[in-house]
Design a protein around this ligand. Structure first.
Ligand SMILES: Cc1ncc(COP(=O)(O)O)c(C=O)c1O
Length: 418
């Protein structure tokens, strides 16, 4: 399948994002420039840095003639008029304006990635959701919805389950996949969803821009745990849904439902989010390059007779998938800018997997991913069902050679204890 291009070059700076910028430049601005400027139109203060507004409520007009129910439009701040922060607020509005530009589609924020997934399923209201492996929390959300309305969870990898899909159901694909960082072929799932009359929703948390644009491959809704790369500093929880531009007023519908679900992001998080998105492209490119180098090195060393090969059983990452070696493969086309910054290591024994994090100095032993600091997690700590020899690694922006040397000394310390 050929990648689908946005309807017009202006699409990359969506209307609600920045008319002024779109008019000033005849070309589409780069992702890096849009990350810094796509919310400028909202700024009605002289301050260059965005203020943090913590108010939950906003004054109505003092002129009784101007009072209109559920409308607090202020002509002096046309893009920054609010009523109550469960509906909208200044910092999250700027965060959403940036995301709308960065993701090439109208975007809405939530209090966490799982809140976003919950909102997505509630909005589309399917009878069945086909979902593969990946982040176990999303399965947990479906489990709760099953309790409420008997929603059925189908296995994306089972032909007999897929045969049960019907019009209006959801095909939900996570790519790259948690915890291994392997990628999935979105064109294949788009075709499957189209044949069955289903929606295609994509959890692209592991490959933020510029690494992947699932809309090019026909996604109806793209979801991100904004806690990861959008936040990027391990200090905020957020979730994001972006809607394919030709889906009309879906974002308005999601916004109306969010008002009642109450799963909005906090203002502090919105402020942190804006600050973080400014450097998204820099961070993600660096993290992706670091990862590619480390994975290549680790995988190469594993085959040799040395300390790595003695303790490591296998390394898994999109860059090691067969299709990554084939020019023109779906993987190369889907991720031309590089692969995600998370990969998995299977150690030879459970005991060494459990110990390795304690031997490292630059990797924090912690769950989550996407921050500037590298993390390693003995995955059994937060996913009881996974193989106990599995370590999930999230690469940060440190120098990759330092991370490599830290791993070498960690492997050597393990060997010395044997
Ligand atoms: C792929 C993926 N999707 C969704 C989530 C949930 O995001 P959050 O923790 O922000 O709710 C995670 C969290 O790790 C994740 O890895």
């Amino acid at each position: 399948m050929k990648p689908q291009t946005p309807q017009s070059s202006k699409m990359a700076i969506p209307e609600q994002s920045s008319k002024e910028l779109a008019e000033a430049f005849t070309k589409t601005l780069s992702l890096a420039s849009r990350s810094v400027h796509a919310d400028d139109y909202i700024n009605n203060h002289q301050a260059v840095a965005p203020p943090l507004h913590v108010s939950t409520t906003f004054r109505y007009s003092r002129d009784p003639e101007k009072l209109q129910p559920w409308n607090n439009h202020n002509p002096n701040t046309p893009h920054d008029s609010h009523i109550y922060s469960r509906d909208s607020a200044p910092n999250t509005t700027r965060f959403e304006a940036l995301l709308t530009s960065i993701l090439n589609a109208p975007a809405i924020s939530y209090s966490s990635g799982l809140a976003a997934f919950h909102a997505l399923v509630v909005f589309l209201n399917p009878k069945r959701v086909a979902i593969g492996g990946g982040y176990h929390g999303c399965h947990g959300v479906l489990h709760i919805l099953h309790k409420l309305n008997n929603l059925q969870q189908l296995d994306l990898t089972s032909p007999s389950d897929l045969a049960l899909l019907q019009k209006g159901d959801i095909v939900h694909v996570e790519t790259p996949l948690n915890p291994t960082g392997e990628a999935r072929d979105l064109a294949y799932y788009r075709q499957l969803a189209t044949e069955k009359g289903c929606y295609l929703t994509v959890d692209a948390t592991f490959a933020p821009p510029p690494l992947l644009d699932p809309f090019k491959w026909g996604a109806d809704i793209v979801m991100h745990s904004g806690t990861k790369y959008f936040g990027g500093h391990s200090d905020m929880l957020a979730g994001v849904l972006a809607v394919r531009p030709d889906r009309g007023d879906w974002v308005q519908g999601l916004k109306e439902e969010r008002l009642h679900l109450g799963s909005v992001m906090g203002s502090l998080e919105g402020w942190l989010g804006v600050r973080s998105l400014r450097t998204l492209e820099l961070r993600v490119r660096r993290q992706s390059e670091n990862t590619q180098r480390l994975v290549e090195w680790l995988d190469g060393e594993k085959a040799k007779r040395g300390v790595v090969g003695e303790v490591v059983d296998k390394v898994v990452h999109a860059s090691l998938q067969e299709e990554a070696k084939v020019e023109g493969s779906w993987l190369k086309e889907q991720m031309p800018e590089g692969y995600g910054p998370v990969f998995a290591i299977w150690m030879k024994e459970e005991v060494v997997a459990k110990k390795l994090p304690s031997k490292l100095h630059l990797f924090h032993h912690a769950t989550s991913l996407g921050g500037v600091e590298s993390l390693i997690e003995w995955r059994a700590m937060s996913d009881q069902k996974c193989d106990k020899r599995l370590l999930r690694v999230s690469i940060g922006v440190e120098g990759w050679e330092d991370l490599r040397d830290d791993l070498i000394q960690g492997f050597e310390a393990l060997k010395a204890e044997k």
